[in-house]
Design a protein around this ligand. Sequence first.
Ligand code: SF4
Length: 177
Amino acid sequence: MANYITERMETVVGDYQEFLAECIDVPKFLACCQQCDNYNIKWSCPPFEFDPMDIWHKYNKLRLYALVLRPSDEMGSAELVAALHSEKPGFDQRLSEMEAEHPGSLYLSGGSCALCSDCRRAQGQVCRYPDKLRYSIEALGGDVGKVCEKYFDKPILWVQDNKAPEYLMLIGGLLLP
Ligand code: SF4
């Protein structure tokens, strides 16, 4: 039995241009991505052969979607992080369904691509499922901390000192024409 509870949150960004101005900073978050193990290892992560702003500018609306995991008092940090990873396929599946329901939309994944256990980029090969590959908000230069505070009125929490925080979150969304 899962020893955490989940809560889904959705909101539509009211002013998309304001969102771009306040929450997207590609150079700043590229520098963060360079510190991550997935940098240049996964096709869903920087560096990209395209300008992430070209994706943001192709759309006019954004519907944000988040999943909050609240652990029980007994749940440890490693178990909570494992639970977050186990929720990701279902989270992305829901976003994929939303994309299918809205022609012309593109979903933003909750984190890096996990469709294959071994991303082909690490072997210098092309993506195995380019039609299924989706990018996260942060990979495209988004400040997810600011996004959560501004649109969900909630700070992003992380594991600190090996202690499970009050909650962890997956954040994604649907870009709409
Ligand atoms: S689908 Fe596979 S090869 Fe493509 S980005 Fe995802 S993990 Fe990498």
